[in-house]
Design a protein around this ligand. Structure first.
Ligand code: SF4
Ligand code: SF4
Length: 394
């Protein structure tokens, strides 16, 4: 397809999707960006997509205005709160599809992605991860680990993702999952030179790169005879579940690690013996909860840890609030904004009298730890990944 045709098609698709929005604004109050921008119309739910809609309708060409539009669209956390509100109360407009296509369009126009995200995209293309890690660096987190390399006879592929090799805190999360799988005698393995699932390229509007990465992964899964994938990250989980072609993923079961741990508990392959006395609240990751409706498995795991008293955020499950990290924001400079979003969540946790926030996503973990530091309540509120907590309770 010619370059011009791609743009024309994207514009038509976006106008089609957004044509049913009646601008009732019922989606605004649930948007975390609307919250932190003191209710600016352009900053929440359909505020973002109206800006995109009129930019196309009016054939906006002026670079400064398009750059402003880029900053708006790329600031979306893709948390899906707006879509859920619209489906419940109004016209079920697919806002996230429009936002993703809007990013693709801006990329075609050479306006997107955000300046910092260009580095992440270049690294994805060169190294297969968004963090600029050369293949030898990517393996460093595994030093001293006995985790086997995946081979055909194994039951489960533990798909680690790119953030654990990059961030020591998330590496601990990966090591905890490895230890739990070993403890439960699961026949599992890791792909030593694993590449990204492709999620960051989608969230930055680089559809073609995503197609290239997903094709490489699918070839690899096929040649290795993978039948069951357990992911560390809800983002990899969602990408394999919903963004890889359904026909290519047939015969491959995909689970997030919290679901697999819940199954191991059911089969009595994992039994927690140590008591952990804590009142804990669970932060639903958007891509596990709202995007895939996995609410019960992580709570079931928490209920099985002796001593844990589970409480709920005022806004939890389908109404849960994003940590600020979705939509490719972790690769751009939205830090002060993300900080304010995570801070709100930290204050909410303190308000309900909990001493521990439990997460199950690398970005929730990073943002909540930062939030606790910035609110200066490290002595009052612990942030734990669910796998690490499980390991402590063995
Ligand atoms: S709730 Fe739906 S129809 Fe109403 S403004 Fe938001 S996207 Fe448009
Ligand atoms: S996905 Fe979340 S951050 Fe993005 S517009 Fe909708 S509610 Fe706001």
């Amino acid at each position: 397809m010619l370059e011009k045709d791609v743009k024309v098609q994207l514009k038509e698709e976006i106008l089609d999707i957004l044509g049913i929005c009646i601008n009732c604004r019922f989606c605004f109050p649930s948007c975390p960006r609307f919250d932190i921008t003191i209710g600016e119309n352009s900053c929440g739910g359909s505020g973002l997509t109206r800006s995109l809609y009129y930019a196309i309708k009016w054939d906006m060409k002026d670079k400064a205005s398009l750059t402003e539009l880029r900053d708006l669209l790329y600031s979306c956390m893709t948390c899906k709160n707006c879509e859920v509100a619209c489906k419940k109360l109004s016209t079920a407009t697919k806002l996230l599809d429009a936002i993703e296509k809007g990013k693709q369009l801006l990329l075609e126009e050479m306006i997107g992605p955000m300046p910092d995200q260009k580095r992440a995209l270049a690294s994805l293309e060169k190294y297969g991860n968004p963090y600029g890690m050369a293949p030898s660096e990517r393996k460093e987190w595994m030093q001293g680990l006995s985790a086997p390399r995946f081979s055909k006879e194994m039951d489960v592929l533990f798909y680690v993702g790119c953030t654990a090799p990059h961030d020591p805190m998330v590496a601990r999360m990966a090591k905890a999952i490895v230890a739990l799988l070993e403890k439960a005698n699961v026949k599992f393995g890791i792909i030593e030179d694993e590449i990204c699932c492709g999620n960051p390229s989608l969230s930055m509007g680089e559809r073609l790169l995503f197609e290239d990465i997903s094709a490489k992964n699918l070839d690899r899964f096929k040649s290795l005879g993978v039948k069951h994938i357990v992911t560390l990250s809800p983002h990899c989980f969602d990408t394999f579940m919903n963004r890889y072609p359904e026909e290519s993923m047939q015969g491959i079961k995909v689970q997030h690690y919290t679901q697999f741990l819940a199954d191991l508990i059911d089969r009595k392959a994992l039994v927690f013996k140590k008591k952990i006395e804590a009142t804990a609240v669970y932060q639903d990751p958007c891509y596990l909860g709202r995007h895939n409706e996995v609410y019960d498995a992580p709570r079931k795991v928490l209920h099985n840890i002796p001593g844990i008293k589970l409480v709920e955020f005022n806004k939890s499950k389908v109404d849960s609030v994003c940590c600020g990290g979705g939509g490719g924001r972790m690769f751009a400079d939205f830090e002060s904004e993300t900080d304010r979003i995570a801070n709100l969540r930290v204050k909410e946790a303190l308000g309900i009298g909990t001493g521990m926030v439990v997460t199950a996503c690398p970005w929730c973990l990073i943002n909540m730890v930062d939030g606790v530091k910035s609110v200066n309540v490290e002595d009052k509120l612990a942030v734990k990944d669910l796998a690490e907590l499980c390991l402590e309770a063995l």
